[in-house]
Design a protein around this ligand. Sequence first.
Ligand code: MLT
Length: 265
Amino acid sequence: MTKHFEMAYQDSAGGLTMLFIHGFPFSSSMWEMQLDDLHELVRVIAPDLRGHGFSEVEPPYSIAQYADDCITLLNSLGIIDPVVICGLSMGGYVALDLVQRYPERIAALILTATRAAPDDKTGKANRDKAIASVQANGVEALVKALLPKLFSPSTLESAPELADIMQSMMVATPTDGVIGALKAMRDRADARLWLSSIAVPTMIIHGADDQIVPIDEAQYMAEAIPDAEFVRLVDAGHLPPIEQPEEFNKAVARFLITTFGDEEE
Ligand code: MLT
């Protein structure tokens, strides 16, 4: 018998809805500064993906399953109108899956710190090594290796407390959730194949110092997606919404107002 999957999420109220999808191995709490700031402009919802945060850990795991879980959440909230999707890194993989399989549910797309290309042979082998390491030693070693790569050098100097916050968030992710996500990312589809058919307004925001996803990969998406806007954030690494929240939120607010108008006007 299939057990009903219970997904935890944060939600505000309002008209146009924006769904924030976190990266690996984070949770919805990474969007705190966006939820606080943007809820006056749009309804903001930030789920914890399967196996992360407060959501349940049960399989199956795949990028498509995460995307289906997001649609199930929107359906359960009665949100049938198209929403704005904002995905960071692994959340961007989910956003790209959503825009391909559920185009009628998407009003606009914001991709940050992400890429469209799938894992190559080396990338897949590295995922398998990471899975073996997590199985043998738990998530701490993976978190320790990942942490220094998340931030711009300037962030580590100006806001070193962010490293502790992200570390706590990452080590709280259940082992099975981490392993499930590594498999999901290893096996993800090649989203480059459908970039040119994306027909919704799109903005790509990328940190100039991202050590995990080179900025060329974001530029590639910006060139391939029709009329996509590209924003390069200085003094940001792999976590633009956390490292440069004001600049990030300003870019998102401007994009929303340009695309949908200011309902308060
Ligand atoms: C993420 O931040 O979601 C991951 O680093 C993405 C990846 O490993 O491909």
